[in-house]
Design a protein around this ligand. Structure first.
Ligand code: RIB
Ligand code: CA
Length: 301
């Protein structure tokens, strides 16, 4: 069974990814970061999921803002709470520490993969504190970037755009890196049919997930005019737990920091002649969406 640390900014899809990770891996710890919502909210939401799952996974709070500039949030998608109007189970859990970076460094081991599904601030700070960290873990699987369309801007994906400097540190670190970008995650879409399947199951995680999707689909109507949503963050978990469901290719990828139109873009070198020589990342291009959705739904029921 894979051993994971999940670095996250819950976030509707982060919450689903955390449940999926606990069903198919040993989650040795969770680190939270400012992203979809402020750090206090993302940390509270990570604790909420551990309470819902009744697991003893520790949550370590991390960065309150990006390496450069002010925090960027996504309230239009996730609400000010980070989980919209989703009902919150009562619990008395608190973070194990406010030192996510220290936890990432201390927990490093050759069989540990870090699944990073929010802005990469905590990981960049870990690398800046100890560059050898990347050689002491198995690798990093991120939901972030894109080998195509953006969402935060025409060309930049939210997790990268929220802290481009941190993303550049990670992409330039030499770490074994798998990138699940929007070009991939847009292939895995939920809709009201998924919600209805979950509503037929009388279990806490199924009820919670049904609320997550219903709340998210309602926001997507406003944003996209349809009741469906890409299941972004679970893809980065599946890349580790179910790699056979994804088609992945080596690519040279770097992060644009200066472009007035392109800041936060993951610039993927698609030139055939350069694909192997300069590759610093494994980029995901295809996912077996029906099979992946069944794995995700099975983990929620
Ligand atoms: O662009 C999608 C990413 O941004 C996902 O991780 C989602 O949770 C938001 O953080
Ligand atoms: Ca996220």
């Amino acid at each position: 069974m894979p051993r994971l640390i999940v670095d996250c900014d819950p976030g509707h899809d982060d919450a689903i990814a955390l449940i999926l990770a606990h069903r198919h891996a040993e989650v040795v710890g969770i680190t939270s970061v400012s992203g979809n919502a402020p750090l206090e909210a993302t940390t509270a939401n990570a604790l909420l999921v551990t309470a819902l799952l009744d697991v003893d996974t520790q949550v370590h709070a991390g960065a309150v803002k990006p390496l450069v500039g002010e925090p960027l949030h996504a309230a239009v998608v996730h609400g000010v709470t980070g989980l919209g109007e989703v009902e919150r189970v009562e619990h008395s859990r608190v973070p194990a520490s406010d030192d996510a970076v220290g936890f990432l460094l201390d927990a490093a081991a050759p069989d540990i993969t870090v699944v990073a599904i929010g802005p990469l601030t905590n990981l960049a700070l870990a690398i800046e504190r100890d560059a050898d960290w990347v050689s002491r873990i198995a690798g990093i699987s991120i939901m972030g970037g894109s080998a195509g369309v953006g969402n935060a801007t025409r060309v930049a994906e939210f997790n990268i755009f929220a802290d481009p400097e941190a993303a550049a540190v990670v992409f330039r670190s030499g770490v074994r890196l798998t990138m699940c970008g929007l070009n991939l995650t847009h292939q895995l879409q939920t809709d009201d049919g998924v919600t209805e399947r979950l509503r037929r199951v009388d279990r806490p995680t199924a009820r919670f997930a049904a609320q997550i999707f219903d709340d998210l689909h309602g926001r997507m109507v406003t944003l996209l005019g349809r009741r469906s949503a890409a299941l972004h963050d679970p893809c980065a978990v599946l890349a580790v737990t179910h790699p056979h469901l994804l088609t992945i290719e080596p690519r040279a990828v770097d992060v644009e920091l200066a472009g007035s139109l392109t800041r936060g873009m993951t610039v993927v070198d698609e030139r055939i002649s350069r694909r192997r020589d300069d590759a610093n990342a494994e980029v995901a291009y295809r996912i077996d969406a029906p099979a992946a959705m069944e794995v995700v739904l099975d983990s929620l029921m």
